[in-house]
Design a binder for this molecule. Structure first.
Ligand code: DGJ
Length: 735
């Protein structure tokens, strides 16, 4: 049976996208054997089958009688299992009721669907009317039990994106314990790759770091209960010599916001096993007879033209098939956030003053950040008390919001639903709602504890609170924060044998609450946040079309943070604001132009007190706000080019219109220096003529791209320039 992108012929499966192919076959023993992932191949193109050699200490499955060359330890596999004789890291490990750790999955059949398949309670790429996606489901059964696995492959051909996930079903009569269920395993035919991961810490997230992948494993992960500031759940694997614009590379991006593990390791046959999924540490899931477990989705892609093309695949699919709701595609309201303007120190007159000044600057929304509820005058208390502090707000939340709206602004609000302070009415009423290990003092972080999101009663209560707040304030926007890692993974409501399910159930609980809220307030714009970018992942983007990128608002640091973020996530999802100088986090002062031009590469807004601005700065802000409205369409929907990395003297990026009509280039001088080389340009139509008014120059796209761009004046350190190249005709046209 054959569809546009999925071919299934005599046990051979090929998934084709515009420029890529992925191939595996079900061998004579029913094992799905990986054959190829790379540049597009004709379906009938011959490929060498993996060699079968009798290698010492690599045994043969019990049902393979006299073929000593056949070993699961050496075959490239689609779903390698622990206890099957494959000693490499597995994708699946399960323990049967008798204590045996064993699984050996053999194919039973397959099904092809002409649409993308949603995953229950989990984020997943969705199909649209003219781009429905396609799905291949391969069903496998354990040789020694009634445990089934459904390998789910999604195809988004236009964006060159595949998805992988797996559902484990216990169709037997006794329980099974899942010790490890990853979402993806792929054995790439390469032994010389490098892994680029996006690493950091609080307030310095997603800096690319590259290491060789050899027999010594390259591995990243998080066991913090959120995807983390420290390692983003997305990584690249590259062939030697691959660059931004050339060479072969693969990208893997986990649509999940909790604990994860990602690894790549060369095996004895010279292939690289790539794994990605929920971290097995602190994970144990009990499957009763009749129950099933769905692993979250991985997005994967291949590029033969370097990392930039790979990024375009991910940007396109995230924008069109992951982010949801009316705001996913729309220009977001230009906002002023109260956090760096006032922190906890505000009252009604202060908020109204902020709103008035914001309105005068052309700002469209005031976001009331932390500090508006309960007795929240500092970060030590009141999380969970989701009712207005009428003393600070000078009345009800609804009244304040109405006054702000009367000034011509929209209204936005901050919440941190998954947390609880011990000094709160909520904790006094429900101490057992906090995640804590009995008889041990809980680990406190930012002075707060984590709410037990695994509990339906906790989520119902949170939903009711959020519903009331949103209903009363008619808020247009909600900032959803999360300010600590999860350490005391214990729920008073889970039985001991299910405590290993805490971390995953926590994330499922958060997704459930977000989904209910989205359904109740479909027009609400939600911005994800986790002390900045500690949960900046494709999982959250399914619920929140933008995420606060980092608590570091220093524009120079942001050049690096936003650069790393751009490898997988489009600019439309990147929360970026202009803040005051000296910067609250780094103490650095940089020109307002630089701060604005860096923030323009994201959702754009402000995080400062307008009362402290000079008249000149106010004029500049008025100009930048107008520019935001002119440029944001391009930033949100255009094609992003990383022209020069932050480690260079001049960092530069650009957004190109999809119809070739213009290119908006931003250049920031990162280091003091003398003349820097011209910035290479991409994204122009070689045959069109483009004028750069700022430089007073007109050239063909080909000429611009060959010569590069020389900024009109010497930029001093941390100065920036924004240059627009506009198409003025085709080659051959008279000017
Ligand atoms: C962390 C966020 O990243 C900040 O922007 C701010 O909302 C604070 N939390 C408030 O506590």
């Amino acid at each position: 049976m054959s569809r546009l992108s999925i071919t299934a012929q005599n046990g051979l499966f090929q998934l084709d996208t515009q420029n890529t192919s992925y191939r595996f076959r079900i061998d004579e023993h029913g094992v799905p054997v990986h054959l190829y992932y790379g540049a597009r191949l004709p379906v009938d193109a011959p490929l060498p089958l993996p060699q079968r050699r009798d290698i010492g200490f690599s045994g043969n499955p019990g049902d393979v009688n006299d073929d000593r060359g056949y070993s699961l330890d050496t075959l490239p596999q689609e779903i390698p299992c622990g206890g099957s004789g494959d000693f490499r890291d597995p994708m699946l490990e399960l323990v049967h009721a008798n204590g045996a750790l064993a699984a050996d999955l053999r194919c039973q059949g397959h099904e092809i669907l002409p649409r993308a398949l949603p995953l229950p309670g989990l984020p997943a790429l969705y199909g649209t009317g003219n781009d429905p996606g396609e799905t291949l489901i391969v069903t496998l059964k354990d040789t020694g039990s009634d445990v089934y696995a459904k390998l789910i492959y999604g195809v988004f051909a236009r964006q060159d994106i595949l998805t992988r996930s797996v559902v484990i079903e216990n169709r037997g009569a006794s329980e099974v314990t899942l010790e490890r269920v990853l979402s993806l395993a792929v054995d790439l035919d390469a032994a010389d790759l490098t892994m680029t991961a996006f690493c950091g810490r609080y307030a310095m997230e997603r800096l690319p770091e590259t290491c060789p992948v050899g027999r010594i494993k390259a591995e990243i992960g998080s066991v913090r209960g959120h995807s983390s500031h420290h390692y983003n759940p997305a990584f690249l694997l590259s062939r030697p010599g691959a660059t931004e614009t050339a060479g072969e590379c693969w990208g893997f991006c986990f649509a999940y916001s909790g604990n994860f593990i990602a690894s790549a390791q060369v095996d004895q046959t010279g292939r690289t096993r790539v794994l990605l999924g929920i971290h097995p540490r602190r994970f144990r899931w009990r499957l009763e007879p009749g129950q099933s477990f769905s692993a979250p989705q991985v997005l994967l892609s291949y590029s033969g033209a370097g990392a930039e093309t790979l990024s375009h695949h991910f940007h396109d699919v995230i924008r069109a098939h992951l982010c949801r709701g009316p705001w996913a595609e729309r220009e977001r309201p230009l906002l002023l956030n109260s956090w760096e303007a006032a922190y906890f120190a505000f009252d009604r007159p202060k908020l109204l003053a902020l709103a008035r000044q914001a309105a005068a600057l052309g700002i469209e929304m005031l976001v009331l950040d932390d500090g508006w509820f309960g007795e929240r005058d500092c970060d030590e208390r009141a999380l969970g008390d989701w009712f207005a502090n009428t003393r600070k707000l000078g009345g009800t939340l609804g009244a304040l919001a109405a006054d702000i709206r009367a000034l011509g602004l929209r209204f936005g609000l901050w919440v941190e639903p998954e947390m609880i302070s011990e000094d709160s009415d909520l904790y006094r009423a429900h101490p057992d709602w906090a995640a804590a290990v009995p008889d041990r003092p809980p680990v406190r972080s930012r002075g707060q504890l984590v709410l037990d999101m695994t509990r339906a009663d906790v989520r119902d209560w949170l939903f009711a609170c959020l519903y009331d707040i949103l209903n009363e304030s008619k808020a247009d926007y909600l900032k959803w924060d999360f300010n600590r890692s999860v350490s005391d993974a214990f729920s008073a409501a889970l039985p001991p044998e299910r405590m290993g399910e805490f971390y995953h159930r926590f994330i499922l609980g958060t997704y459930d609450l977000l989904e209910r809220l989205r359904a109740a307030f479909p027009a609400l714009l939600i911005e994800g946040c986790c002390g900045g970018g500690g949960r900046f992942d494709a999982g959250m983007l399914y619920y929140t079309p933008q995420i606060w990128c980092s608590d570091d608002t220093d524009a120079v640091d942001r050049v690096s943070i936003q650069y790393g973020t751009s490898f997988f996530y489009p600019a439309s999802t990147v929360g970026a604001h202009v803040s005051a100088c000296p910067n609250a986090q780094t103490g650095r002062s940089v020109p307002l132009a630089t701060r604005a031009e860096v923030a323009l590469a994201g959702t754009f807004g402000y995080e400062l007190d307008p009362a402290r601005l000079t008249e000149v700065e106010k004029d500049d802000i008025l100009r930048y706000n107008k520019l935001y409205h002119r440029a944001n369409g391009l930033v949100r929907t255009g094609v992003q080019y990383r022209l020069s990395p932050p480690r260079a003297e001049l960092a530069a990026w650009a957004f190109a219109a999809r119809d070739g009509s213009c290119l908006l280039v931003t250049v920031v001088r990162m280091r003091p220096g003398t003349a820097a080389p011209p910035i290479p340009l991409r994204g122009l139509d070689a045959h069109a003529r483009y004028r750069c008014a700022a430089l007073g120059e007109t050239h063909t796209g080909a000429e611009w791209m060959a010569a590069g761009l020389c900024v009109e004046r010497e930029l001093r350190q941390y100065e920036a320039a924004l240059l627009l190249l506009e198409r003025v005709g085709q080659t051959g046209d008279r000017e």
